[in-house]
Design a binder for this molecule. Structure first.
Ligand code: GRG
Length: 298
C-alpha cells in the first residue's frame, strides 16, 4: 500500500509537511464565483508559513492507529483551516489587535477588517464542507463534523477565547487559566488527534490514549507560548514582543514564575509521551512532535 513518507523539515520536525501544503493549496481553488480579493486574502492567510502542527497531529494519529493517512488528509486540511480562521479573527482590532502574524502583516492590515472577517467565515465553512464531502464512510464524516463543531464552538475554542478576553486585567487563578487554555488552545489539538483516530477506526483505548496525549501537549504548547512571549522578540518572525503582559493578559509565567512554568512544561511533555506507551515504537512521530513543541522558538 502507498504510504506517505516522513520528511524532515529545516526545523528538524519529522512531518508530512509537503503533502499538507499541497492539500491546503488544492483545498482553496474556489471557482470564479469567489471574489478575487477574498480568494487572495484566503490564500494569504491559509498558505502563510505556519508550523502545521494540527494537520500533522491528524495524520500521525491516523497512522498510529493503523489507518491510511490519505483518508485523513481532508480532516488535516479542515483543522488547519479552523486554526487559520481563529488566528485571522484573533488578530482583528476587536480582539487582540495585532499587526503581524507569521512574519507578515496580519490579514486585516494587508487587506481590510471586513475582508479578514470574511476570510475567517469562509475558512470555517470550507472546513466543514470538506469533512462532510471527503471523509468516508458518511457516518464517519458526520461524526467528524460533530466532533469538530463541538471542539471549536461556544463551549470550547470560541468559549475559551471569550473567557480569555473576559479575564483581561483580572487576576486569574492557575485553575482558571488552565481551564481557558484547555478550551482555547487544547481543544483543537485534541480534536485533531481524535479525527485522525476516528478515520482509522481506532479502539476506545487508542482514543483515550490520544486524548491524554493531546490534553498534555495542548497545555504544554500554551505554557511554552507564554514563556516565549516573556523571552522577547528574537527568532519570532516579528510577532513576539512580550505584548501579552502589556495587554493585561494572564500568563503562566505571571502566575507561576518562569522556572516553575518551565518545569510545568517539561512535566506536561513527559506526560504526553507516557500517554503514548500503548502504541510502542509506532508512536515515534508523535513523540518527536512533542519534543519539537518543547524546543520550539516560534
Ligand atoms: C478567534 C475564535 C477565536 C479563537 C482564537 C487561536 C486563538 C483563539 C488565539 C490565538 C492567540 C494565541 C497566540 C494563542 C496561543 C496559542 C496559539 C494558537 C498559537 C499559534 O499557533 P501556532 O504556533 O501557529 O501553531 P502557526 O503560525 O505555526 O500555525
Amino acid at each position: 500500500m502507498y504510504k506517505m513518507s516522513l520528511s524532515t523539515t529545516p526545523s528538524g520536525l519529522g512531518s508530512y509537511r509537503r503533502e499538507i501544503e499541497a492539500a491546503l493549496s488544492a483545498a482553496v481553488q474556489f471557482d470564479s464565483d469567489c471574489p478575487d480579493r477574498l480568494r487572495e486574502a484566503i490564500e494569504y492567510s491559509l498558505l502563510a508559513p505556519g508550523k502545521r502542527l494540527r494537520p500533522q497531529l491528524v495524520l500521525m494519529a491516523c497512522d498510529v492507529c493503523g489507518g491510511d493517512i490519505r483518508a485523513a488528509m481532508p480532516a488535516a486540511v479542515a483543522v488547519e483551516m479552523i486554526h487559520a480562521y481563529s488566528l485571522v479573527h484573533d488578530d482583528l482590532p476587536a480582539m487582540d489587535d495585532d499587526d503581524l502574524r507569521r512574519g507578515r502583516p496580519t490579514c486585516h492590515k494587508q487587506f481590510d477588517e471586513a475582508t479578514a472577517t470574511l476570510v475567517g467565515d469562509a475558512l470555517q465553512a470550507r472546513a466543514f464542507e470538506l469533512l462532510a464531502k471527503d471523509v468516508h464512510p458518511p457516518e464517519c464524516a458526520a461524526r467528524c463534523c460533530a466532533e469538530l463543531g463541538r471542539a471549536v464552538g461556544a463551549t470550547m475554542l470560541v468559549g475559551g477565547q471569550a473567557a480569555d478576553l473576559g479575564s483581561e486585567f483580572q487576576q486569574c487563578s492557575l485553575a482558571e487559566l488552565e481551564a481557558i487554555h484547555r478550551r482555547k488552545t487544547g481543544a483543537l489539538f485534541r480534536v485533531s488527534l481524535r479525527l485522525g483516530a476516528m478515520i482509522a477506526d481506532a479502539s476506545d483505548g487508542q482514543l483515550a490514549a490520544l486524548d491524554d496525549y493531546g490534553d498534555n501537549l495542548g497545555l504544554a504548547f500554551q505554557v511554552i507560548d507564554d514563556l516565549l512571549d516573556v523571552s522577547g522578540s528574537e527568532n519570532n518572525m516579528g510577532k513576539r514582543l512580550g505584548k501579552d503582559a502589556h495587554k493585561g493578559k494572564n500568563t503562566y509565567p505571571a502566575i507561576l514564575g518562569i522556572e516553575a512554568s518551565q518545569a510545568l512544561a517539561e512535566k506536561l511533555i513527559e506526560n504526553a509521551c507516557v500517554s503514548l506507551e500503548i502504541f510502542g515504537e509506532q508512536a515515534t512521530p508523535l513523540r518527536e512532535l512533542a519534543l519539537f513543541v518543547r524546543q520550539r522558538n516560534t
